[in-house]
Design a protein around this ligand. Structure first.
Ligand code: CAA
Length: 292
């Protein structure tokens, strides 16, 4: 049984806003932080829309939805700093930025607060190394997109992570309705070590003219019982994120060719076609968004 009543989520993008909503729906008070007020407004709109949908589907009452929304505070700097038992960083996937945020987290939160990162591939060891004596409270808490729907939290421990930090993270994940599975800190952890090369290979299949995206996705959906094909999933994750994770595997695992991001993937990223978040990636969503 989790004793966690207050958490802070730093970063209000797709992942951060999903984490804060999931925690609030589980009865936890959340401070949702982002440096951008615009991003906080988008997160609040997403929270309202998703809760409204749950009410419409009779999964919760209007009072329960209002209570969940009432548990979330939105702040450009910080709120509930002294009460927060967990601070979960879900900012952009940039190691220097994450280290900077972690050094601020050490200053801001209590010396018992767990310092978690939702990174999909950045080394937890390297982040822990940057926070001195607080390293035993550093852990990876890797959620999956869309966070309210996906059941897994991949929990990443590094050599410095204490058993208490691991235990409390597993317990909080369960309290948020998730199934936590622990893994060790290694490039791509388990999920992206296995998933990203498959996505990258789908780009190669497209680039080599094996089939068009619809056919590649259709084959993998129907043939492997995936909920969505690898190229459509790449759009959901973000093509820039896919490219960056491939680079982490490429640089971290020491196979010069094996993990090189496919040139087709790189080309789309450089053209600004990043997937759902820009309205255009492998597929074009702009018309559908305009009529939604
Ligand atoms: N927030 C909240 N709920 C959402 C949502 C979101 N962003 N997106 C979809 N949902 C909900 C919908 O509201 C819907 O709920 P209802 O049952 O109330 O209708 C339900 O999920 C199903 O959605 P849809 O009917 O729109 O569409 P679908 O049946 O095709 O499912 C999907 C959509 C859940 C995304 C499904 O296609 C799926 O599971 N895809 C695979 C997702 C996946 O693999 N994610 C992991 C990516 S890897 C990652 O995140 C980690 C990393 O490091 C890269």
């Amino acid at each position: 049984m989790s004793d966690v009543t207050h958490i802070t989520v730093i970063g209000a993008g797709t992942m951060g806003s999903g984490i804060s909503l999931t925690a609030a729906m589980a009865g936890i008070k959340v401070c949702q932080v982002d440096v951008s007020q615009e991003q906080l407004d988008r997160a609040a709109a997403y929270h309202q829309k998703t809760l409204g949908r749950n009410v419409a589907k009779e999964r919760m009452t209007q009072d329960e939805a209002d209570a969940a929304l009432g548990r979330i505070g939105y702040a450009t700097e910080t709120c509930m700093a002294s009460e927060s038992q967990f601070a979960i960083e879900a900012a952009t996937e940039n190691e220097d930025l994450k280290k900077k945020i972690f050094s601020q987290m050490v200053q801001t939160y209590s010396d018992t607060c767990i310092l978690a990162t939702n990174t999909s591939s950045i080394s937890i060891t390297s982040i822990a190394d940057s926070v001195g004596d607080a390293a035993d409270r550093v852990i990876g808490m890797h959620f999956f997109n869309p966070v309210p729907v996906m059941k897994l939290v991949e929990v990443i421990k590094c050599p410095a992570t204490s058993q208490d930090t691991l235990d409390r993270t597993m317990t909080l994940s369960e309290a948020m309705g998730k199934t936590p599975i622990a893994a060790n800190d290694h490039p791509g952890f388990v999920s992206n070590r296995v998933l990203m090369p498959m996505i990258n290979e789908a780009f190669h299949a497209w680039n080599d003219g094996v089939a068009e995206p619809e056919a590649i996705d259709g084959i993998m959906k129907l043939g492997c019982a995936f909920p969505m094909g690898p190229l459509r999933l790449a759009d959901l994750i973000g093509l820039d994120v896919c490219r960056d994770i491939m680079l982490v595997l490429h640089n971290g695992l020491g196979h010069p060719d094996k993990y090189q991001p496919c040139e087709k993937l790189v080309e789309l990223v450089e053209a600004g076609r990043l997937g759902n978040k820009t309205g255009w990636g492998v597929y074009d969503y702009r018309e559908a968004a305009a009529t939604a």
